[in-house]
Design a protein around this ligand. Structure first.
Ligand code: MG
Ligand code: MG
Length: 267
């Protein structure tokens, strides 16, 4: 069932989104060679709780972290660990979310520790841009797969032969972290549920340098590429409003990210 939020509920989701944005900002500021994923996890949890919110990943089907940290060939759902030290040149996907007054938010970013290689810079850039291409299609009057199609087209248009992970995707979000509908990161436009004001979605492309096939490790969580190639993952939570997309987990509501697509968000 798709949950349609009232304007007042979307305001509450924005407050939740800003908590998640703040956690990401704190982690980004702390990221350096030598930090552990366990330390990043503690930074996120401290920030979320300091805002009167609670982490939504912690305890989710038994997950032990506030964040997911997925390094290099790990795609998503990596478990933070006080013994996992990040080194110069590692790519780390940090996925984080919060619940504030019952409302969930969910956002992810992939960052390079230190200076990225040209190959890593391209992978991260293409993946992030594809997320913004999808967010720019979170427009009332459209259809769900307009977003999916925009994500795929953006990746294909890069000219890189990247893989698009097809086993995982975006989702509705609201009073639960994962709601209908599932949002594919590829496909033909003009299909699926209508995009209406009050629909809130997490858009999250996962892109690989090589083949997009993935396997889950024996820890029951960490998803890695089968061929060992590097992956990137970006995510924002977006509300469809009569005034345009509102990127709830971006500090600026999506102003900077949507500008290249000629889209002005509600802010
Ligand atoms: Mg997420
Ligand atoms: Mg998500």
């Amino acid at each position: 069932m798709i949950q349609i939020k009232t304007p007042q509920e979307i305001e509450l989701m924005r407050a939740s989104g800003l908590v998640t944005a703040g956690a990401h900002a704190a982690m980004r500021a702390a990221l350096r060679p030598g930090i552990t994923t366990g330390e990043l996890d503690a930074i996120a949890e401290d920030h979320i709780r300091s805002q009167g919110a609670v982490p939504n990943f912690l305890g989710y089907h038994g997950f032990t972290g506030t964040i997911c940290t997925s390094i290099n060939d790990e795609v998503v759902h990596g478990i933070p660990n006080p013994d996992r030290v990040l080194a110069e040149g590692d790519n780390v996907s940090i996925d984080c979310g919060a619940i504030l007054e019952g409302w969930h938010s969910d956002a992810a970013v992939t960052l390079t520790v230190g200076e990225p290689s040209p190959e890593d810079a391209a992978l991260l850039d293409v993946t992030e841009r594809s997320m913004w291409a999808g967010l720019a299609r979170a427009l009332a009057g459209g259809r769900l797969t307009d977003i999916s199609h925009a994500v795929e087209e953006s990746i294909r248009a890069s000219g890189h032969p990247y893989g698009i992970v097809d086993h995982y995707g975006g989702h509705g979000i609201g009073t639960e972290m994962h709601q209908d509908p599932h949002v594919l990161n590829y496909g033909r436009p003009g299909r699926g549920p209508k995009l209406v004001p009050g629909l809130v979605l997490a858009i999250e492309p996962m892109v690989t340098v090589g083949d997009p096939a993935t396997v889950e490790l024996e820890d029951g969580w960490t998803v890695v590429t089968k061929d060992g190639s590097r992956a990137a993952h970006f995510e924002h939570t977006v509300a469809i409003t009569p005034e345009g997309p509102w990127v709830l987990t971006a500090e600026d509501g999506g102003v900077a990210g949507l500008a290249p697509f000629g889209v002005t968000p509600r802010t």
